[in-house]
Ligand binder design. Sequence first.
Ligand code: THU
Length: 154
Amino acid sequence: MEEQDNNRKFLSGQGLSQELVGALITSALEARKMAYVPYSHYTVGAAVLTEEGKIYQGGNIENASYGATNCAERTAIFKAVSEGCRRFFAIAIAGGMEGTEPVEYAYPCGICRQVMQEFAERDFIIIVAKNMADFLMYHLEDLLPHGFGGESIK
Ligand code: THU
C-alpha cells in the first residue's frame, strides 16, 4: 500500500526508529486527555521529540475568546522551548472528538507549521496518527513548502 511504503521510507532512511515513532504516537494519544476543549469538544494531542531525545506533550487549550486558543502542537513546542530546547526532530499529532478515537488524520494548522519551521530543519518529521497502527509521515517541507524562516531577515 502506498501509504505504508511512504512510512517505511521514513523509518529506514531518517534515523527515527520504530520505537521512537511508537513512543511519539503513544504520547500524542495520551496528551489528548489533557486538552481543554469546552467549546469545540475536539481534543488534539501532540508530542514533540527534542534534539536531546526528550519528548514533550501538549493538548489544545481553548478560550471563550476563540482566537486566544492554543493548538496542541504549539503547547508542546512552547513547553519545550520554555525549558531551554531549541531544536526538534519530529512531532506526532492525534485529534478527534472528545471521548472517541481519532477517525481522521489531524494535520497541523498553518500557524503551527510556521512555529515548527522556527525550530526545525527542513527534514523535520510530522506524524499524523489515528492510532499506533494507522499513521502517515511527512517532512515539514512537504506541508510548508517555501516557508519563511529567520535566515531571510538576518
Ligand atoms: N487544533 C489544534 O490543536 N491543532 C491544529 O493544528 C488545528 C486545530 C485545535 C484548536 C481548537 O481547540 C480545535 O482544534 C478546533 O479547531
